[in-house]
Design a protein around this ligand. Structure first.
Ligand SMILES: Nc1nc2c(c(=O)[nH]1)N[C@H]1C(S)=C(S)[C@@H](COP(=O)(O)O)O[C@H]1N2
Ligand SMILES: [Mo]
Length: 325
């Protein structure tokens, strides 16, 4: 697969045209032409708008990893975020994450592996083998989005590092820079942000490493340049801006579990039958679904394993999902 231009990890905010503006411009042009209008735009301007994607055209229908239904609009995906290193408000990451330096980027690999070391992003992710997957993303705060991710499956990336027979778990760490991440001044979570998976979960074909959304390089607020996507688990397992991967024999620490163990377990599988101690998990608000100005967000019933039960339920046979929440 071809990349039209090198991944622009250092793109400035104002270099990026939101996908929906781009789409709306095309709609506008089509409607204008259909109505008999003459295009006043020079051809060069049109060519430029058609080349907004950072990656060669990808199509989620090819892999079959594709949730049906409308995608969450670009504006919602990039302006309603959780990335506590930039503040706890949903709008903080979009306002502040431009400070994050994402190029060059390397990832340290350590622990129970035969190939420990520091690897460049390009050595981890084969940018010529990217695919698109449309997954539902379910936050523990009872909202969800549908996101067209660009990236590679996690399993083969981990296997490149030859985890040894003692590697039962894998842990991930986010970059920590007090200078770039103003939210880390406050100890709201255990920094650096860390998350973990059991190895068999990590090797499940659904687990994904994303480098983009909507055919574009990941915006910083969405976890540039490399973030995990674990669609059957609550959103917080999908750790952003990964700089370290550690294989271990024992269950690793996770930031949310360390800060509130009663509320956040290690597994964090989406489960409508197990409520968060302070609210129900039976349903969720659909982000970006507001109908008209001042309209309410649509609600939908939350599904077991976020709708991925067929692919992952067997990982948990014999386990009490209330105890192992
Ligand atoms: N490093 C880091 N990763 C993180 C978080 C965070 O605060 N810091 N928030 C998590 C939570 S709670 C959610 S719901 C998702 C949100 O991803 P999004 O902003 O791309 O929708 O990122 C997860 N990954
Ligand atoms: Mo979340």
């Amino acid at each position: 697969m071809l990349i039209r231009r090198p991944p622009g990890f250092a793109l400035k905010d104002n270099d990026v045209t939101p996908q929906s503006l781009y789409l709306r411009r095309r709609e506008f042009l089509a409607a204008f032409v259909a109505a008999g209008g003459t295009l006043a735009l020079p051809p060069a301007a049109l060519a430029k708008s058609a080349a907004q994607n950072d990656f060669a055209a990808l199509d989620a229908t090819k892999t079959g990893y594709r949730v049906k239904g409308p995608l969450t609009p670009w504006e919602a995906l990039t302006n309603y975020n959780n990335y506590y290193e930039f503040g706890t408000g949903k709008g903080d990451p979009a306002r502040k994450a431009h400070k994050l330096i994402t190029k060059p980027w390397s990832v340290m690999v350590e622990g129970e592996t035969d190939k420990p070391g520091t690897y460049a992003l390009e050595d981890l992710v084969d940018f010529n083998a990217l695919e698109e997957r449309i997954y539902r993303h379910r936050c523990v705060e009872a909202w969800s989005m549908v996101i067209p991710w660009v990236g590679v499956p996690l399993g083969p990336v981990l296997q490149k590092f030859s985890p040894n027979s003692r590697a039962k778990y894998v842990q991930f760490f986010t970059k920590l820079s007090r200078k770039e991440m103003p939210g880390t001044f406050w100890p709201v979570l255990k920094w650096p942000y860390r998350e973990g998976l059991r190895m068999d979960e990590a090797l499940n074909p659904l687990a994904f490493l994303a480098v983009g959304i909507y055919g574009r390089v990941l915006p910083n607020q969405n976890g540039a340049p490399l973030r995990l996507v674990v669609p059957w688990k609550y959103g917080y397992k999908s750790i952003k801006s990964i700089v370290r991967i550690r294989f271990s024999e024992t269950m690793p620490e996770t930031s949310w579990n360390m800060s509130a163990p009663r509320e956040y377990g290690f597994y964090s599988n989406v489960n409508p039958l197990v409520d968060h101690p302070r609210w129900s998990q039976a349903s969720e608000r659909v982000i970006g679904s507001r109908s008209g100005f001042g309209g309410a967000l649509q609600r939908r019933d939350t599904q077991m394993f976020n709708g991925y039960a067929d692919q992952v339920a067997s990982l948990y046979t014999g386990m009490d999902l209330k105890v192992n929440h």
